[in-house]
Design a protein around this ligand. Sequence first.
Ligand SMILES: Nc1ncnc2c1ncn2[C@@H]1O[C@H](COP(=O)(O)OP(=O)(O)OP(=O)(O)O)[C@@H](O)[C@H]1O
Ligand SMILES: [Mg+2]
Length: 263
Amino acid sequence: MSVKLCVVSNAGGSGKTTLCVHLAYLMSKRGFSVALIDLDPQGSLSLFCGLTPPHPEKTTAAVLRDNFNGEWPLVKCWVEHTDKVEVCQGGLILTQTTQEIASHARGSYLLADRLQDYPLLHNFIIFDCPATLGPLPLIALAASTHILVPVQLEPKSIQGSAKLLEWLYLYKKQLRLKPEPELIGFIPNQYDAKRAAQRQLLESLPEKLAQINIKCFPAIRDSAEFVNASAQGLPLPLYRPSHPASRDLKKIADELSKLIAKK
Ligand SMILES: Nc1ncnc2c1ncn2[C@@H]1O[C@H](COP(=O)(O)OP(=O)(O)OP(=O)(O)O)[C@@H](O)[C@H]1O
Ligand SMILES: [Mg+2]
């Protein structure tokens, strides 16, 4: 069975798309096949994967329509480096999907239904959610087996996470998901060790999260090279193979593989 990973946070720019892209690449290097599903009208996953913007009929929006015929519009990415990562692209058309979900009898379960009726055989299916906690993250939640939350080390983002947790607990309950997707942890992102306020937040975060039974993954450092790599449509290990920030991501991929293997 695939791991269906919902990468979600209610903060814009917290690193959701960056995390999706890097986990996809690192898992592919461990021999796993990965489908990245873009649920964001911004469609930044296409940019980060070096893909041209799709035709609206070749997006996740088309998959979610009632007339979907099971032909997932998957496009391979980083083909010179891996044959194991495919992307179902997003884009502006997903703003229409938001309304369609709201008026559909199976609304929140549309993506879960598609994956049940027309399964993807990848080892990992990763959902890149938009920052607004509306219908699109909800269909990802209803389709997922696991949840990961990137968070910036700023008081505003950390406080905002409490709202995200409320949202997760409320909808996990309301959607009556069986089994419930498991929140595997928070990932502090854009950590700048030179900033005392961030160091303090990073010190206190694991304990605060442990009190509510949530794991805190090792932090991903702040580096302008992430922006440069994404502008080239590449994950950092391909753009700057020996960059130290790649080690942060590798640690997360290692822990994630272990957690998932245990289950
Ligand atoms: N560790 C990092 N260091 C420096 N820049 C980073 C880091 N992680 C992500 N970024 C950059 O921060 C910006 C926001 O990241 P990203 O797009 O992944 O966030 P997001 O949560 O998907 O945003 P949105 O809510 O808009 O979808 C991007 O330009 C990305 O390249
Ligand atoms: Mg994004």
